[in-house]
Design a protein around this ligand. Structure first.
Ligand code: ADP
Ligand code: MG
Length: 481
C-alpha cells in the first residue's frame, strides 16, 4: 500500500502581452517546494478580492512558468503516474482552472504542432512502449472516454454519436454494487492493441466532444471529460490478474457564474458547472477535515466517478492551470486556494490484484481430483466403477506422450487411482506383446529372404550394364561442369 497526499502542480499560461509582468513571482525553498506569490495591482487591491491584503502566497510541489514545454510537463507530472499505473496502482491526473487557462492544452494538447502533444498522447505512447518491452506479462488495454455535461454522462466513443443528437444517446449512468464499487452503465470500453489505435480513439472522442456556440467559449468549457486507460495484466500460468485504471481528466472551467452574464440556457449551464464543481469542492473540504466520516460523493456524477481518485485507492495529481493576467487575478487566486485544500487529502493506493475465477476453478478441480485419489489411497477404499471412455482416452494419450518423452526422469502421473494404475500396466503388457510378435515376424521374414536362391546370370549382366551406363552419364556431367 502506498499512502500519499494528492500532488499539486501549477502551470502558468503564456500571457499575450508582456507588460503583465510583476503580478506574480515564483520562489524555490531549500526543500525544493515552489511557492507562487501573487501581488495584487493597486487598482485591484481596493475592492473585489480582499482590500486588506496585497499579496498571496501558495505552495506547490512545483510551478511551471510560462515558457515550460509539454515535454517537461509530461516528464515531471505524468510519467511518475504512468509508471505507478504500470506497477499496478490506479492513477488520476486532473486539470483545474478557469476557461482559457490551458487545461485542454495541458491534458490533450494543441493540434498545430507535434511538440504540442499533451499528457494523454504522451502517456499512451509511454505506456505502449513499456508494454512492448515487458514480455513477462500478458497485457490488455482498453480505452473509455466519458463526458459529463449538466450532470448527465455521455459516451464520447459511442459510434452513434455522429449520427444523433446528444440528448438521444443513451445516458451513462452509475451503478453501485454491494461492495460500493462504482460501475458505469452504457460507457463503452474499446480495446487498443497499439498506440495508434489508442490515439485514434482519443481523436474520435475529441471530435465527438460537444460543440455549442456561446459568447464566452467552446462548449468544452462547461463539461468535464474523463479519458480512461484500463490496463489488465497477468503472468502466464498465474491465476492472479491486475486491473488498473488511469484517469486523465479535463474539468469544466472553474469560473464563477457572475462572469458568464448571459441569460437563458447559458446561465443554466453555468450554474450546473458551478454546481458540480461546487460538489467537488465540498468533497475536497470534507476529505481535508480530519474527523469527517461522511463524504458527500454521491451528490454529483463527477464526484461519484472520481470517488477512488479523491481520498481512495489512487495516486492522484492535480494541475492548477493559471492565467495570470490582471483581469484573471481573482480566478487564479481561487484556483490556488482550491489546490491548497486538495493538497491536504491523503490517498491510499493498493495493488489492484485479484484472482481470475475461471483459472481458479480449473486449478481447484485438479486439486479436488488429487485429493480424492489420495483419500482413496489412504482409506484403502478403491473405486470399483469402470473407467469411462473419456478417461481411457485421456490415459492412453498420457501413456503415449510418456513413451515418446526422451527424458529419463519423466514420470507418468495418473494419480493414486488403482483402476488407472492397473490399466497402465495392462496397456504396457499389450504393447510389449505386440512388439514381440512384430519382432518374430520380422526375423522370420529376413530368414526367408536370406534363403532365396542367388540372382540368375542374365539378371546379373543386366544390372551390371545399367550400372555402367549410369557411370558414363555421371562422367559426362562431371566433365561438362
Ligand atoms: P481551457 O481548456 O482551460 O479552457 P485551453 O487549453 O483551451 O484552455 O487554452 C486556451 C488557449 O490558450 C488555447 O488556444 C491554447 O492553445 C492556448 N494555450 C494554453 N496553454 C498554453 C501554453 N502553455 N502554451 C501555449 N499555448 C497555450
Ligand atoms: Mg478546455
Amino acid at each position: 500500500m502506498v499512502k500519499q497526499t494528492i500532488q499539486i502542480f501549477a502551470r502558468v499560461k503564456p500571457t499575450v502581452r508582456k507588460q503583465q509582468q510583476g503580478i506574480y513571482s515564483i520562489d524555490e525553498d531549500e526543500k525544493l517546494t515552489h511557492s507562487l506569490e501573487i501581488v495584487l495591482p493597486r487598482d485591484l487591491a481596493d475592492g473585489f478580492v480582499n482590500n486588506k491584503r496585497e499579496s498571496y502566497k501558495f505552495k506547490f510541489q512545483r510551478i511551471f512558468d510560462q515558457e515550460a514545454k509539454q515535454e517537461i510537463i509530461f516528464e515531471i507530472i505524468a510519467k511518475p503516474v504512468a509508471e505507478s499505473t504500470l506497477a499496478g496502482y490506479n492513477g488520476t491526473i486532473f486539470a483545474y482552472g478557469q476557461t482559457g487557462s490551458g487545461k485542454t492544452f495541458t491534458i490533450t494538447g494543441g493540434a498545430e504542432r507535434y511538440s504540442d502533444r499533451g499528457i494523454i498522447p504522451r502517456t499512451l505512447s509511454y505506456i505502449f512502449e513499456q508494454l512492448q518491452k515487458d514480455s513477462s506479462k500478458i497485457y490488455t488495454t482498453h480505452i473509455s472516454y466519458l463526458e459529463i455535461y449538466n450532470e448527465c454522462g455521455y459516451d464520447l466513443l459511442d459510434p452513434r454519436h455522429e449520427a444523433s443528437k446528444l440528448e438521444d444517446l443513451p445516458k451513462v449512468t452509475i451503478l453501485e454494487d454491494p461492495d460500493q464499487n462504482i460501475h458505469l452503465k452504457n460507457l463503452s470500453l474499446h480495446q487498443a492493441t497499439t498506440e495508434e489505435e489508442a490515439l485514434n480513439l482519443l481523436f474520435l472522442g475529441d471530435t465527438n466532444r460537444m460543440i455549442a456556440e456561446t459568447p464566452m467559449n467552446q462548449a468544452s468549457t462547461r463539461s468535464h471529460c474523463i479519458f480512461t486507460v484500463h490496463l489488465s495484466s497477468k503472468e502466464p500460468g498465474s491465476a492472479t490478474v491486475r486491473h488498473v485504471k488511469l484517469h486523465l481528466v479535463d474539468l469544466a472551467g472553474s469560473e464563477r457564474v457572475s462572469k458568464t452574464g448571459v441569460g437563458g440556457l447559458l446561465l443554466t449551464e453555468a450554474k450546473y458547472i458551478n454546481l458540480s464543481l461546487h460538489y467537488l469542492e465540498q468533497v475536497i473540504i470534507a476529505l481535508s477535515e480530519k474527523h469527517r466520516t461522511h463524504i458527500p460523493y454521491r451528490n454529483s456524477m463527477m464526484t461519484s466517478v472520481l470517488r477512488d481518485s479523491l481520498g481512495g485507492n489512487c495516486m492522484t495529481t492535480m494541475i492548477a492551470t493559471l492565467s495570470l493576467e490582471k483581469r484573471n487575478i481573482d480566478e487564479s487566486i481561487s484556483t490556488c486556494r482550491f489546490a491548497q485544500r486538495v493538497a491536504l487529502i491523503k490517498n491510499e493506493a493498493i495493488l489492484n490484484e485479484e484472482i481470475d475465477p475461471r483459472l481458479m476453478i480449473v486449478r481447484l478441480q485438479k486439486e479436488i481430483e488429487d485429493l480424492k485419489a489420495e483419500l482413496a489411497m489412504a482409506t484403502g477404499e478403491q473405486r470399483t466403477e469402470a473407467l469411462t471412455e473419456a478417461e481411457l482416452l485421456q490415459l492412453e494419450k498420457l501413456i503415449a506422450s510418456y513413451l515418446e518423452d526422451q527424458d529419463p526422469e519423466s514420470r507418468l502421473e495418473v494419480g493414486a487411482d488403482m483402476r488407472k494404475i492397473h490399466h497402465c500396466f495392462h496397456h504396457f503388457k499389450k504393447l510389449l506383446n505386440d512388439k514381440k510378435t512384430l519382432e518374430n515376424t520380422v526375423s522370420s521374414e529376413s530368414t526367408r529372404q536370406a534363403c532365396q536362391e542367388p540372382l540368375r546370370d542374365e539378371e546379373y549382366t543386366k544390372l551390371l550394364g545399367l550400372l555402367k551406363q549410369r557411370d558414363n552419364e555421371i562422367n559426362i556431367l562431371v566433365n561438362m561442369s
